[in-house]
Design a protein around this ligand. Structure first.
Ligand SMILES: [Zn+2]
Length: 498
């Protein structure tokens, strides 16, 4: 007897193929049958007529390394249909635990009762023990490895011993089942690393068939040089490359993605594995400190993070001063009677060094162009921190499905689902997931293509979507009739685990 039969949904299987009305049978944690009509007995039958059934979404750009342990229901992910997250992006890795917690503090406050763990093996064990609501795969963070090896945020090359220690960290991570190495070359301490340092670490990853995933050195005027560096590291290390949150920032640089996309195409034509991910918004979310450090509010072109005017910068999370959250930097320019950079510095000094912001400065045309490109998959880059987090933490997937597929026709529904499921599973080596296929794990999302839409806005960001009634993780309902079931059937995923 089957555990569950879902009847009458249009199955869009995640491969990019057209949808077809099918019944889907689930037995235990697996998809047992996909066929035009299942009449076998089942413990439960769900009539899903009018809904689309797709694989659960795989968020390749997550920062929920601690969130999955601290709040294992991960509501902001689950409610939008995400069933697997890949954490450890932008160089921020959760292990080794001490330096990892320090490094992550800038974006993701660890709670006091987080246990210690030993390396990535220990982190993945902790995830397995906690059993969050969704599956978790991990990237090794370059910042974390560097910080651990060098004892802090050092603006210098590593010594031979320090480099050896970093290589050992990366090796440990890959042995433990990490899916690759991430960098954040605009942040501390990644910004102090040479191309060669990163390439040498990536070579270890390449040996294991892992990926090199990069928040690049410059997404402003230097975008194309950064793409060149990233592709070069992929080439010499033997790693497939994933460009994180592909975009350009600062209005002077808008349109540059035409060229960065062409560079990716050229690499692919030469036989390299080069792809990117994207969140569907024109504001990024980052640390106020990093914007200042990179010259965003300075006199020049805005530097590696591009220009944003103080009026375009919203405070998302302000440790200790929640009442500042939702205010613009411009409001502090006025209150302090200081120019943008000085006002930001005063906030960082007097209020908190760990302020997170949402900063506009991207072009909607670029967002659409990147989304439509064959190299792009979807990721949230979400940080559900503070009272006014960037809405992408709660809204990314339904926003793509509602705004960009249904309302604007930027991409087809089948292509969108592929970019959310089959494509990331293939790229990141997530075995047995990302397709609705017999024998695959039953990670499933059911949504109404006519109504699905994000509910999260900059003003009111912690709001789930409408039109995603059911989400299933490893055969268990995580969301039923739009409500989080509280079930926690997620697993720790290790590379090449079938
Ligand atoms: Zn990033």
């Amino acid at each position: 007897m089957l555990d569950l039969v879902i009847k009458g949904a249009t199955v869009i299987d995640g491969s990019g193929s057209a949808g077809a009305v099918r019944d889907v049978g689930v037995q235990g944690d697996r998809i047992a049958e996909v066929s035009p009509d299942i009449d076998a007995d089942a413990r439960e039958t769900l009539d899903a007529t009018g809904l689309v059934l797709s694989p659960g979404f795989i968020d390749v750009h997550s920062h929920d390394d601690f969130h999955v342990l601290i709040e294992p229901e991960v509501r902001h992910n689950i409610l939008q249909g995400i069933t697997t997250v890949i954490v450890g992006n932008c160089g921020f890795g959760a292990a080794a635990s001490g330096p990892g917690k320090l490094q992550m503090k800038a974006i993701n406050e660890p709670s006091a009762d987080l246990p210690d763990w030993d390396g990535y093996a220990g982190y993945l064990e902790e995830v397995a023990k906690t059993a969050p609501a969704l599956n978790v795969a991990v990237l090794i963070g370059h910042h974390t490895a560097r910080r651990q090896a060098m004892g802090g945020v050092e603006n210098r090359p590593p010594s031979e011993t320090e480099m050896a220690s970093m290589l050992t960290s990366v090796e440990e991570g890959m042995e433990a089942g990490a899916v690759g190495l991430s960098t954040g070359l605009v942040y501390e301490p990644g910004r102090y690393a040479s191309t060669e340092e990163v390439a040498d670490l990536a070579k270890v990853v390449g040996k294991y068939g892992g990926l090199y995933v990069s928040h690049m050195r410059d997404e402003g005027a230097g975008l194309l040089d950064s793409v060149r560096e990233t592709l070069h590291i992929g080439e010499v290390s033997g790693c497939g490359v994933e460009i994180s949150h592909h975009k350009t920032v600062g209005s002077d640089n808008w349109g540059q993605v035409t060229h960065s996309l062409a560079m990716i195409e050229e690499a692919v034509a030469k036989g390299h594995d080069a792809t990117a991910d994207q969140y569907p918004y024109t504001a990024r979310s980052t640390m106020l400190f990093a914007l200042v450090q990179n010259g965003t509010f300075g006199a020049g072109d805005g530097g590696a993070m591009g220009r944003s005017e103080p009026s375009e910068v919203l405070l998302c999370s302000v440790p200790g001063r929640a009442e500042y959250e939702g205010r613009t930097l411009q409001s502090f320019v006025e209150e302090y009677d200081l120019p943008g950079e000085k006002a930001a510095n005063r906030l960082l000094r007097d209020v908190s060094p760990d302020i997170l912001v949402a900063a506009f400065g991207m072009d909607e045309g670029d967002v659409r162009m990147v989304m439509a490109h064959s190299s792009t998959m979807i990721g949230t880059d979400g940080l559900d921190r503070g009272s006014k987090p960037h809405p992408r933490a709660w809204g990314t997937y339904p926003r793509v499905l509602g705004k960009y597929v249904r309302e604007e026709g930027v991409i087809s529904l089948e292509n969108a689902i592929y970019k959310m499921t089959g494509m990331p599973a293939g790229k990141f080596g997530i075995a047995g997931r990302g397709l609705v296929k017999e024998g695959f794990f039953a990670d499933l999302a059911l949504f109404d293509p006519e109504t699905v839409i994000d509910g999260a806005s900059y003003e009111d960001p912690r709001v789930g979507p409408t039109g995603i009634p059911h989400v299933i993780v490893n055969g268990q309902f995580a969301v039923r009739d739009g409500e989080h079931e509280g079930s926690r059937s997620g697993r720790a995923l290790r590379r090449a685990e079938a």
